[in-house]
Ligand binder design. Structure first.
Ligand code: GLA
Length: 390
């Protein structure tokens, strides 16, 4: 039995391309529990895979043509694999075509393909719809070409790095590796503790319902994009701080020795950015310890501290994210924070399960009172990684 999403995307493929796909693959978006802007600082982060997935119906071709269609976009593409380069194709096609390009860069022999996508991860919401697309295409191509990159966690780590290269080089977003790692390496019922210093992971139990809790995602629908300059600027500030301190990355700055270390930095902005990264890595450690101890309700204050750090030290929050967190807290949430790259997108709140609807409704009202457009609020559980569906 195939799910309705698998059937729909396969049927749409057949209608456009005139024959059936070789199969359907899917990969999830992610929501990061805590550990923001730490991945490109060789730090720790803690995402879960969302139940929302991107479905890709695929058939390889004998030639090097790429024909790329999506149920979410009127824009489709036809181009030659050899014409894929930085910025080409533009738009969503770059994430799909970029994966073929990056597999080739990594030394694999690739061919053209026909692709139909059904992306069910909300777009522009800070929930990694782009990584879900990359990883669904990557899973399909690896299976169809007989590449062994889906076999186990260590080959999936290699595949995640290939997808990051696609996003950095072809789509032009200078992101770290959290999103692709989540999409390829998460397990259901667990959060993924990713150590970006060496790429190692640990699966951390994350079953909130067993504790009478829920995780509410509040998609503010405020514009969010990683291709504009703000994300890159934060990354540059962190690299500048590491250079001034003479360390390979901010991961090397000990939390215990933070204040004297900050005094060695040249200006207040760089000091604040560094404080955010170093304290956030420590908050990931504390969160993991509580989850492992079976005390998830106590994670709330760490979420709040993380949000304040993002808002004040990293300056990547916005009015909509702040209102989402504040109104959730005022109506019974145990903790809340913005999640993902920032400047819009989504916030999360840890809530007693029975208060989920009440908190969601309070956030919707607070948005209306503030004159913001309606947010989209939904509870999520930790899903599984990229896989073949049919
Ligand atoms: C985006 C990037 C990630 C990560 C987060 C912030 O989602 O794609 O690599 O840097 O922002 O934690």
């Amino acid at each position: 039995m195939h799910g309705p999403s698998t059937t729909l995307v396969a049927q749409s493929f057949s209608e456009v391309f005139g024959s059936e796909p070789a199969g359907v693959w899917s990969a999830p978006g992610r929501v990061n529990l805590i550990g923001e802007h730490t991945d490109y600082n060789a730090g720790l982060c803690l995402p879960i895979a969302l139940p929302h997935r991107t479905y890709a119906a695929v058939r390889l071709r004998e030639d090097r043509r790429l024909r790329l269609w999506s149920l979410q976009s009127a824009r489709h593409y036809e181009l030659d694999l050899d014409d894929v380069r930085a910025g080409n194709p533009p738009g969503w096609g770059g994430y799909a075509a970029g994966v073929l390009w990056a597999l080739q860069e990594a030394g694999h022999r690739v061919r053209g393909l026909d692709l139909m996508v059904d992306g069910q991860v909300p777009q522009g919401a800070g929930l990694s719809s782009s990584a879900a697309l990359e990883c669904a295409v990557a899973a399909a191509v690896c299976d169809l070409l007989g590449l062994d990159l889906l076999d186990d966690d260590s080959t999936r780590a290699t595949l995640a790095a290939i997808c990051v290269n696609a996003e950095n080089t072809i789509a032009g977003a200078p992101t770290g590796g959290m999103d692709q790692s989540a999409s390829l390496r998460c397990q259901p019922g667990h959060a993924l503790l990713l150590d970006s210093r060496d790429g190692s992971i640990a699966q951390v139990p994350f079953d909130l319902s067993a504790h009478g809790l829920a995780l509410l995602v509040m998609d503010t629908r405020a514009k969010h994009t990683l291709v504009d300059g703000q994300y890159a600027q934060r990354r540059q500030s962190c690299e500048q701080a590491a250079r001034q301190l003479g360390v390979a990355s901010l991961r090397e700055v000990p939390f215990d020795d933070l204040e004297p270390t900050l005094d060695r930095l040249s200006d207040t902005t760089i000091r604040a950015r560094t404080r955010q990264v170093v304290t956030e890595i420590e908050r990931v450690r504390a969160t993991v310890a509580l989850l492992r101890a079976g005390r998830p309700a106590e994670v709330g204050p760490l979420f709040n501290a993380s949000h304040v750090s993002m808002r004040d030290d990293f300056e990547i929050s916005c009015a909509e994210l702040d209102v989402a967190v504040e109104s959730a807290m005022a109506h019974g949430a145990l903790g809340g924070r913005m999640t993902g790259g920032g400047f819009g997108g989504s916030a999360i709140a840890l809530v007693p399960a029975e208060r989920t609807a009440e908190v969601a409704s309070a956030v919707i009202h607070a948005f209306a009172d503030s004159g913001f457009g309606a947010p989209h609020c939904f509870a999520v559980t930790a899903g599984g990684s990229a896989r073949r569906e049919s």
